[in-house]
Design a protein around this ligand. Sequence first.
Ligand code: ZN
Length: 286
Amino acid sequence: MTPQPQCPICEKPHPKKLFDVAEGQLLKCKSCTLVFYSPVPSLSDLLDFYDAEDYRETYHEGSLSGTKSADIRYQQICRYLHRQAPELLYQDRHGQYLDIGCGEGDLLKVFSIQGWEVTGTEISPEAARRAGEDWQRYIQIGDIDSLDFAKGSFDLISMYHILEHLINPVSALAKIVGWLKPGGVLFIETPNWGGLGAILKGRSWSLIIPPEHLTYFNSRSLIHLLRKTGYFRIKAYSSAPQFIQSLARLPVLLRILGWSVYHLSAHVGLGANLQALAFAPVADDQ
Ligand SMILES: [Zn+2]
């Protein structure tokens, strides 16, 4: 008998069916509000998918890759750290930084230039190869389950558009919190199921792309996941991505209007992306 789908975060049974998509269904947990794809694909199916030529080409040409995008991300994360964890930015020694799902290493390069000791992980050997010979030695190939780092290795870990791809986000985040030093910071960015685009477009939202995206978070389900997996002092934000290709084709006045609505929406929790900052526990949190 096929097992009944249950929420991958809170394990509650009997999720609400939203609609059929790809080879399965999109379901919504009635308890924590997580939206998730069922059935869950196998790891070997996913590895085949990510190493396929089509996926790599799409990633390489997409707005997530590139030096300009990495520079903007670095500046944004520094603004958050400045407010929430200034000791990480202004310490005497170099901070230890890990980027999970580092792709071609764009963020590793920016953090390294700024004086951080950098490490990346990447599921696709081909993407890591594209980082170039000088950078491949900083990148470990594998998924979160298969990799390991010593307890308390990192001051800062980032996961840009990785969470929604994971087969088991709970075991992954619970493992990652152990890689952080006490008081170290995890930064996550993931598409916002509670955002304006998702609300207006419904099932035709361009980011509903299983088996690539398996889970779809709003701020409530993201905070719930982080609490459950051992993080403290959690802050969630919504943000607008840096590039909006669909606006570029509009006449100039509509483009300005669209751009304004898009960026204002981020300030009221309706932005296209969710971001969260979460801290590994220190002695007082235990
Ligand atoms: Zn749930």
